[in-house]
Design a protein around this ligand. Structure first.
Ligand code: UD1
Length: 440
């Protein structure tokens, strides 16, 4: 197991290239199960979860190639319709193969993913929605079996705008004849990216980014050439690391439109945020290819400028997009640990997402957690200490704190951070951070 050793209180300068989005890539890779044809997905980050998806797709009967951030998928043999426990327990997003496999074979069996360190994370919303499309659900030895004699298009409303359920149902509906209408959908940009991919495969999708999505499915879908959107959570994490450390950092291959909630908070806290490139100098869009005209997206880049002084205290409450993302709650708390006063952080999405608070307190933070609320009383300084990452974003929070702290922080269980951040130490080192990866 690797550790990170970080020497804090060093301002950051220069440029960081943001990777493709993990949370957009995972459903798009699952969507390749909808077609027999070849798919090529670009700008895919080289991360543990992508490697787990590679193994899962190969196990199911696809033949995958992954290198230089390009992921190719071909159909090598008849597909299995069973995602076993050993695969699903490594990565919850494995449940995203359920929608495509159910649509293609009218039957899928997959292991119930179980809870994780941030909450129970049931999949009842996915299963209820499959039932509305005519499927039956049964359980056997820890697996869920979803099957249907015939799937039918329908109009259904999610009880909560679950990201995974919205994605699973969009993929399933893409192979069901007729128009399926999904209400109270998640509105995250990754949903829009999946909609773009499904359109390239031949499905008609309307309304992504709004609460109601309409999908007109096809008998068969075509292969896909697509480039994944930038990772908005990696973007927000780097914004917070730069804000905590101080200095001036340019983030490339990303855009302010993806991180509006965190940008508002950072500006109120006293950090200067601007578009890195004037419109006329904006880089070439990354989504330049595809079978249909891809939207002309321009990633303008972001500049973060901070003096490293204590920020103003700004409370946040996590909400589904466009609200403040739960995946940036932990890094935000780490940033607020040095604020000039008290801030209230409310975690409204996951029931157990404050494990990082205890680790931040080991670095001198003053935090009281009650149920889903945390009061953070800013301290003058954080001090480096040995700490432990408990999940991807809790690990990212420890990097934010280490960047601002005096002295040396040793972060253990870096494998959690590696699940969500591509080459993070290389990117930070290039920006001037003193960070090393060492074998424990
Ligand atoms: C996705 C993201 C994750 C992010 C989360 C919320 C991926 C791979 N992961 O996870 O990084 O933190 O969105 O923005 O994209 N819920 C139920 N029943 C269900 C489904 C969800 O009760 O059937 C609850 C969950 O327990 C949780 C909340 O709804 O409390 C949000 O979950 P959901 O939006 O489904 O998150 P994921 O898709 O798992």
């Amino acid at each position: 197991m690797d550790n990170f050793i970080i020497h804090g209180s060093k301002s950051l300068r220069g440029e960081v290239k943001i990777s493709g989005s993990k949370n957009a890539a995972l459903p798009i890779l699952a969507a390749t199960m909808l077609t027999r044809e070849k798919c090529e997905i670009r700008n895919v980050p080289d991360l543990m979860d992508i490697k787990s998806t590679f193994e899962l797709l190969n196990y199911m009967g696809k033949k995958c190639f992954f290198g230089f951030n390009v992921f190719s998928v071909e159909e090598a043999s008849a597909l299995k319709q069973h995602a076993p426990y050993d695969m699903v327990r490594k990565m919850r997003a494995s449940v995203l193969v359920a929608g495509p496999l159910l649509a293609r074979f009218k039957k899928v069996r997959f292991s119930l993913p179980g809870g994780c360190s941030i909450g129970v994370r049931p999949i009842d919303i996915h299963l209820e929605a499959f039932q509305k499309l005519g499927a039956q659900v049964s359980y056997e030895r820890g697996d869920v079996i979803v099957s249907a004699a015939k799937l039918k298009s329908a109009r259904l409303k999610f009880r909560f705008p679950s990201v995974g359920a919205t994605e699973n149902l969009m993929m399933c509906a893409a192979l069901i004849k007729g128009t399926t209408v999904l209400e109270n959908c998640a509105r995250e940009p990754e949903i829009a990216d999946l909609a773009g991919a499904l359109r390239c495969m031949g499905a008609v999708v309307e309304g992504e980014g709004a609460a109601t999505i309409k999908i007109c499915g096809r008998d068969a879908l075509k292969g896909l050439k697509y480039s994944v959107m930038p990772d908005r959570i990696e973007t927000g994490t780097f914004m917070l690391i730069a804000a905590a450390a101080g200095g001036k950092l340019k983030l490339l291959n990303t855009d302010l439109r993806l991180v509006e909630a965190v940008t508002r908070g950072l500006k109120k806290a006293g950090v200067k945020i601007s578009t890195a490139c004037p419109p006329e100098a904006q880089p070439t869009p990354v989504r330049e290819f595809g079978r249909r005209a891809a939207p002309k997206l321009r990633w303008g880049g972001i500049t973060v400028e901070a003096n490293g002084c204590r920020p103003a205290p700004i409370g946040v409450a996590t909400k589904p997009y466009p609200g403040f993302p739960t995946d940036l709650q932990a890094p935000w708390m780490a940033f607020m640990a040095r604020a000039r006063g008290e801030s209230l952080i409310h975690e409204a999405i996951f029931e157990n997402r404050f494990i990082h608070a205890a680790e931040l307190m080991r670095m001198g933070a003053d935090i009281t957690v009650t149920d889903r609320k945390a009061v953070v009383r800013g301290v003058k300084r954080l001090l480096g200490a040995p700490v432990m990452a408990s999940d991807i974003r809790a690990g990212a929070a420890l990097i934010v704190a280490a960047a601002a702290a005096r002295g040396i922080t040793v972060i253990k269980r870096v494998y959690h951070i590696d699940r969500g951040y591509e080459k993070i130490e290389d990117k930070l080192r290039l920006a001037g951070m003193r960070i090393e990866r060492v074998k424990a």
